[in-house]
Design a protein around this ligand. Structure first.
Ligand code: 6PG
Length: 252
């Protein structure tokens, strides 16, 4: 096990919450504050949403009062941490989940939603998303796009976004987005073998990264992250000049 003391979770903001409702409430509050600060300071809010199941109640909470119609949704640009290579109307699509839970229910201009095209060939989808992220970086006059907030999840094998153990994307520091083809041993296969993921340079450039973790199968992965075990991909999320918050539902 490779341990990086500087990565130890114990030096980061870890909040243990009693249930998923409290996690949704806490995450929605963080999201709202980040949105308001970004719009006030820079005139827009750049956020990358996580896929999976844990974030859904967070998105549903943001679509309800007091957030639904009072936040600066018009100044919000939505990106995604990753996407499964499925049609955008598939029940497996991270984009579809976000639309049903939030994006179709608040006043975000459609041209501000930057989905990953899950319906095309994975290499082309990754290239187009990489181009999109590079356009954002150029607009910011930065080498790497700097998001105000990136939401992430944690898989039982320690993956986050689609940065899975044993994949080339883990070592990809050149691209802003990368194609992923999961190895047969992967725990992500129940959804889709092929995915597109943001790479570490983009994630670690964020002003604030918030992990949303629930499920009784995450304890071992969380312990590995807390120990700074670099073989757990989530342990390598360490914003260079930003905050890192872990919102974790205490398992029974
Ligand atoms: C995905 C997600 C993935 C997810 C974790 C946790 O596309 O599946 O990006 O990284 O966040 O697997 O998923 P749950 O929240 O469903 O446990």
């Amino acid at each position: 096990m490779t341990t990086h003391p500087h990565l130890r979770l114990s030096t980061m903001n870890l909040q243990i919450l009693p249930d998923i409702d409290e996690l949704a409430e806490r995450a929605a509050g963080l999201f709202a504050r980040s949105l308001r600060d970004a719009v006030a300071d820079r005139g827009r809010f750049l956020v990358a949403l996580s896929g999976g199941t844990t974030p859904r109640p967070v998105y549903e909470r943001l679509a309800r009062e007091p957030y639904g119609d009072v936040l600066g949704w018009k100044g919000t640009s939505i990106y995604f941490g990753d996407e499964r290579m499925v049609p955008c109307d598939s029940s497996e699509s991270n984009y579809r989940m976000a639309c049903v839970a939030l994006l179709d229910r608040v006043d975000i201009p459609p041209w501000n939603v930057h989905r990953i095209e899950g319906e095309i060939v994975v290499a082309e989808a990754a290239q187009r998303y990489d181009d999109d992220l590079r356009r954002l970086a150029a607009d910011q006059q930065c080498p790497v796009p700097r998001f105000d907030l990136i939401l992430l999840g944690l898989g039982p094998d320690g993956h986050t976004a689609s940065l899975f153990p044993g994949t080339d994307a883990l070592e990809n520091v050149e691209d802003r987005a990368a194609p992923v083809s999961l190895p047969d041993s992967s725990q992500g296969l129940e959804h889709a073998r092929d995915r597109v993921t943001m790479t570490y340079p983009v994630i670690n450039a964020a002003r604030h990264v918030v992990f949303l973790v629930a499920g009784n199968d995450k304890g071992a992965a969380l312990a590995r992250v807390q120990e700074g075990d670099g073989s757990a991909p989530a342990a390598r999320v360490r914003p260079i000049d930003g905050d890192l918050t872990w919102l974790v539902v205490r398992t029974a």
